[in-house]
Design a protein around this ligand. Structure first.
Ligand code: URP
Ligand code: ZN
Ligand code: ZN
Length: 463
């Protein structure tokens, strides 16, 4: 047996198993998993004693190089995939936006061009639908067949992204027929808009009013409506960036009824709260994203949602805007602050810290949340999302005991602040491989921009 790479003496952790084994890689795939693999003839040997060997993280919610709010998100596919790799994420599913009057294909091709030649690790796309005529309805099936098997719809941002219920229902019916999955941004955009206009009329213009004008009831109402529309359409639905207990309860009730309803939350809702707005001047703008931060008590409810499988996935909703110049666009008016926060780099460390070291769940559940369930829900499994013979050798050699303090001074995202500044994490990716190639080693990026490939995803098959 000769391998390109042998990983020796690690502890392999998948969503179901934890065991000591060596691992052999050939041609970018896992070729053997057994004790005592011969290292002498391997092209390279990676020593993993005392470390966990995890399947590469899969982040199903990122916005790289995305025009939004009069500017463009600060990470492109090069800087974004590299920062993700530093944090142990080796596959992204980003959002290709169809603007009004465009075909869905135009969106897909525009985003492929943004990624090609730049992405350092593998990537796929969801398509954001903003305009759904007969032609685009037809195109949904074609895109699913070409590997873009999920679509994001918005119940918020009136006049920009928001769709009416009839259009949502049509899209859900069509997605169900073709094996696609609808990802829903669930907030009642109409009601929020009225509350926002009232706040502006009262002179409330500071960043915290972004959060205070988007009540949890608006998220819960839209979550319930999305679930009801999906039930009528006979479609599965995936609620993105769920932020509060009221919406979580809607998902729990639906799942208790056996409906194919799934949801993700993000580290910002697990670690941050409205208290983060208690900062001087305009600094609260660093925490302006949508849905907004909630009262602190929601955090534990969301953690328990992850424990109980009401929530199946942790993604980041990485949508970075620099504090200087970008967030500052809304200096005098919170509605002009570009919505989004940077998080692509620290998902694994944060969730391992709060979940496994926090004694809320096992390392297996951690792998399930950050890699395996995302792969299964979004048609990447078993090529990605697990460690098995024949799977892509997207692997993270993870030190479960190393500690690190998150800071913009040391992170790799192309943004001038961190939402998680000063938070101490325990559990750090040390070596990261993408299809068998080492991309992170010794605190350095050693991969190649452009080496990442577009991954065609399969149709929706549940988890
Ligand atoms: O504030 C956010 N979340 N920005 C990105 C767009 C979205 O709604 O996911
Ligand atoms: Zn959204
Ligand atoms: Zn998003």
């Amino acid at each position: 047996m000769r391998f390109d790479t042998v990983i020796k003496n690690g502890t392999i952790v998948t969503a179901t198993d934890t065991y000591a084994s060596d691992l052999g890689i050939t041609d970018g795939k896992v070729a053997a998993i057994m004790q005592g693999l011969p290292a002498e003839s391997a092209g390279q040997v990676i020593e993993a004693a005392g470390r966990l060997v995890l399947p590469g993280g899969i982040d199903v919610h990122t916005h790289l190089d995305m025009p939004f709010g009069g500017t463009t998100s600060a990470d492109d596919f090069e800087t974004g995939t590299i920062a993700a790799a530093f944090g142990g994420t080796t596959t992204l599913i980003d959002f290709a936006i169809q603007y009004k009057g465009q075909s869905l294909r135009q969106a897909f091709e525009a985003w492929r061009k943004k990624a090609e030649g730049k992405a350092a690790t593998d990537y796929a796309f969801h398509c954001i639908i903003t305009d759904l005529g007969a032609a685009q309805l037809e195109e949904m099936g074609q895109l699913v067949r070409e590997g873009v098997s999920s679509f994001k719809l918005f119940m918020a941002y009136p006049g920009v992204f928001m769709l009416d219920d009839a259009t949502i229902f049509r899209a859900m019916s069509q997605a169900a027929q073709h094996g696609g999955l609808i990802c829903m941004h669930a907030e009642n955009g109409g009601a929020i808009d009225v509350i926002v206009q009232r706040a502006l009329a009262e002179g409330k213009r500071a960043p915290k009013y972004h959060a205070l004008t988007r009540p949890t009831t608006a998220e819960a109402e839209a979550t319930a409506r999305a679930i009801a529309l999906a039930e009528m359409a006979g479609a599965p639905v995936y609620i993105v960036h769920l932020s509060c207990n009221e919406a979580l309860e809607k998902v729990r009730e639906a799942r208790d009824r056996g409906l194919p309803v799934y949801a993700e939350t993000c580290p910002q809702y697990l670690f941050l709260s409205l208290e983060n707005f208690d900062v001087p001047g305009f600094e609260g703008a660093k925490y302006v994203f949508t849905p907004p931060l909630r009262e602190k008590w929601h955090q534990e409810k969301l953690w328990q949602g992850l424990v109980k499988d009401t929530l199946q996935v942790v993604s980041t909703d990485h949508c970075p805007f620099c504090y200087k110049e970008q967030k500052e666009l809304g200096k005098d008016d919170f509605t002009k602050i570009p919505n989004g926060g940077p998080g692509i780099e620290h998902r694994l460390s944060l969730i391992y810290t709060g979940g496994v070291h926090g004694k809320r769940f096992s390392a297996n559940r951690f792998v399930q949340l950050v890699s395996t369930a995302p792969a299964k829900l979004f048609g990447l499994y078993p090529r990605k999302g697990t460690i098995a013979v024949g799977s892509d050798a997207d692997l993270v050699i993870f030190d479960p005991n190393e500690e690190q303090v998150i800071s913009a001074k040391t992170h790799h995202m192309r943004v001038d602040y961190s939402m998680f500044e000063g938070i101490r994490v325990k559990g750090v990716p040390k070596t990261v491989l993408s299809r068998g190639r080492v991309v992170i080693e010794g605190g350095r990026f050693v991969g190649r921009p452009g080496a990442g490939q577009f991954v065609r995803r399969q149709t929706f098959a549940g988890v």
